[in-house]
Design a protein around this ligand. Structure first.
Ligand SMILES: *Cc1c(COP(=O)(O)O)cnc(C)c1O
Length: 434
């Protein structure tokens, strides 16, 4: 087939695979769960200026409890490390550390925040760690395990460690996809043996672990298939070397079981339709379902018993971010201007989210001041000087007026830590329970 034929063929295939519609009842039940606590949220808004992040620590701790319960049942002794990049507010990390989790950091900055929480169990992963970052990790070797990203980093860490006369606990990150963008992470499985051979010559490092991470997991299939590949590799490893492997870190990437909620334009069909008919605006929303966490725990546990534990007797680590923190923060906004029944401007811009999230992702906008289960069409714009500053295309409420308090729920993951100083100030975060 020539190129344009391939494109057309692909387009036809995508259009046939219709995305699942997000049902109104599902959205309504979700909205109801927040309407029930409406007075609590309005009291909070009366105590703090908007725009503001509301941190619900009870929800965070419930998620931490559910996560550790589900995984400990299937994988006894598993340790969870909260991935700080998903939400870098120190109060979130501190709360999870007090609960008993470790922290997974990806920069010197995050490492400093993690150390300040008093956390005794930190893993430091990520590509391209600088000399200064390695220095900081080695200086805190009592509480930090470094997950080495490459052969070059192995040499650099040994050098830093020798100069500080320390011995550092470390692991090696493995590449899950040898082609494409994810190649940037880790060492290919085919080079694991030579990596271990090199590491064994270094006196200031104790390389005793393996790590991999896959992202956006709506199901456990990526984690399971990499574990199967890893098991085949470990089957060929010498027993003495396999004995030195004390931990296997299976990464994070668990998607919340509510699934992924998208506007039509962000679905594969929507993107194609947009190319042909750029002005079409379809109001339907779509939902890509995700498996419950218990299914991840069960499937990963089973794969570990069948494919990994016969060859290495190791502890299992995991690095959840999004799954823990997604529902623990909400954004509250106030309507400033009403320019028509179908267009309002609120006091916060999407710079407090850091990206044009709501052009693709759907979250209901809830009018706390004038509650209703009816969803009304209306552009909910922020106050930045750009038309991409949009919070939604509808709201749940019985009308909308200047002064009304609006809530955008479940904004705990990959928003606060991506916020940016752009035109308007950053928004502060306050805990709900004070
Ligand atoms: C981002 C990241 C995580 C957390 O991913 P979530 O999707 O937030 O669970 C865990 N480990 C590593 C190495 C990461 O880069």
């Amino acid at each position: 087939m020539n190129n344009s034929k391939v494109v057309l063929h692909k387009a036809a295939e995508i259009l046939q695979n219709v995305s699942p519609v997000l049902e109104d009842e599902v959205i309504c039940a979700y909205v109801r769960s927040f309407q029930r606590q409406r007075q609590l949220f309005l009291d909070f808004a009366a105590r703090h200026d908007t725009p503001v992040y509301l941190f619900d620590e009870d929800v965070l701790l419930q998620r931490a409890e559910q996560f550790t319960t589900a995984f400990s049942q299937e994988i006894p002794g598993i340790r969870a490390f909260f991935a700080m990049k998903s939400n870098n507010h120190p109060a979130v990390a501190k709360s999870l550390v007090e609960f008993g989790l470790g922290l997974d950091v990806s920069s010197g900055l995050e490492l400093e925040t993690a150390i300040a929480t008093g956390c005794q169990n930190i893993i430091f992963s990520g590509p391209g760690k600088t000399e200064a970052e390695l220095d900081l990790a080695v200086a805190n070797a009592a509480v930090v395990t470094v997950l080495i990203d490459s052969f070059g980093e192995l040499d650099r860490l040994e050098r830093v460690s020798r100069s500080l006369n320390a011995v550092v606990r470390a692991g090696v990150r493995l590449t899950t996809e040898e082609k494409g963008l994810w190649r940037k992470f880790g060492v290919p499985l085919a080079e694991l043996e030579s990596f271990m051979t090199r590491a064994e010559n270094f006196e200031h490092l104790r390389v005793c672990g393996l790590q991999f991470h896959t992202s956006w997991n709506l199901t456990p299939s990526s984690q399971v298939s990499f574990l199967i590949r890893l098991g085949k590799q470990l089957a060929t490893m010498k027993r003495q070397r396999a004995k030195n492997i004390e931990f296997l870190d299976i990464g994070g990437g668990y998607w919340p079981s509510r699934g992924e909620w998208l506007h039509f334009s962000a679905t594969p069909q929507g993107r194609i339709t947009h190319l042909v008919l750029p002005d079409i605006r379809q109001t339907e929303r779509y939902r890509y379902p995700a498996e419950p966490l218990e299914v991840f725990a069960r499937e990963i546990g089973k794969t570990l018993r069948q494919n990994i534990f016969p060859y290495v007797d190791c502890k299992i680590f995991t690095e959840p971010g999004r799954w823990l923190v997604n529902d623990a923060m909400h954004i509250l906004l106030t309507v400033v201007d009403k320019k028509g029944e179908d267009l309002v401007i609120v006091d916060g811009g999407t710079n407090i989210v850091g990206w044009e999230r709501f052009e693709t992702d759907y979250f209901p906008v809830i009018n706390l001041s004038n509650p209703s289960f009816t969803e009304r069409k209306c552009f909910i714009f922020g106050s930045l000087c750009t038309p991409h500053d949009v919070w939604g295309y509808s709201y749940f409420g019985d009308g909308i007026e200047p002064g009304d308090i609006l809530m955008v729920p479940s904004q705990g993951a990959y928003t606060y830590s991506l916020r940016q100083s752009f035109i308007k100030p950053l928004a502060p975060m306050f805990p709900l329970q004070t």
